[in-house]
Write a protein that binds this ligand. Structure first.
Ligand SMILES: CC(C)(COP(=O)(O)OP(=O)(O)OC[C@H]1O[C@@H](n2cnc3c(N)ncnc32)[C@H](O)[C@@H]1OP(=O)(O)O)[C@@H](O)C(=O)NCCC(=O)NCCS
Length: 138
């Protein structure tokens, strides 16, 4: 079953992220995210176990898909596809016209998965900066 995240899922969700080698979103960051669009953070439950997770975000113009992961014991059963399909349906209901995501270039399985679902690479380069750090002029 694909459903919205609830706080009681947090430990299981961090377990899935860790099992998939993905960075865990700390509680404080997740609280801030859930204050904006809680309906875009989804889990896949098989029996009583959380086996997959995906986090969506919508900025009013573009949707973003983040931290998709399925526990290694539950892969190639369509769980990630179902998580993304439900998230896409929710983006459409919000009126979101385009969805972006980032994949590490050496993540061949991830790239194949996303291409299978119609997500194509584009040449943009991700630039990032932590807020609150001074600009170096050296
Ligand atoms: C990528 C990942 C989320 C896929 O989860 P999953 O539940 O196994 O995916 P699905 O079963 O829905 O796969 C759908 C299709 O994607 C493709 N695919 C999925 N995993 C693949 C792999 N390891 N190698 C090649 N193709 C793959 C296949 O076409 C698959 O269909 P098929 O099983 O009928 O051949 C999972 O492997 C994972 O958590 N990986 C580690 C974290 C990660 O890379 N996240 C995504 C990058 S942002």
């Amino acid at each position: 079953m694909i459903r919205q995240f609830q706080w009681r899922d947090y430990d299981a969700v961090t377990g899935v992220w860790e099992s998939a080698g993905r960075e865990v979103v700390p509680r404080a960051e997740l609280e801030a995210k859930l204050a904006r669009d809680p309906e875009l953070f989804l889990v896949a439950e098989t029996g009583r176990r959380i086996a997959g997770v995906v986090m969506g975000a919508y900025d009013g113009r573009r949707g973003w898909i983040l931290r998709l992961a399925v526990h290694p014991d539950y892969r190639r059963q369509g769980l990630a596809s179902r998580l993304v399909a439900e998230l896409e349906a929710r983006f459409v209901r919000l009126g979101c016209p385009r969805v972006n995501l980032l994949v590490m270039p050496d993540n061949e399985a991830g790239l194949r998965f996303w291409q299978e679902l119609g997500y194509l690479p584009c040449p943009d380069v991700l630039c990032t900066k932590p807020m609150g750090t001074p600009v170096s002029r050296d």
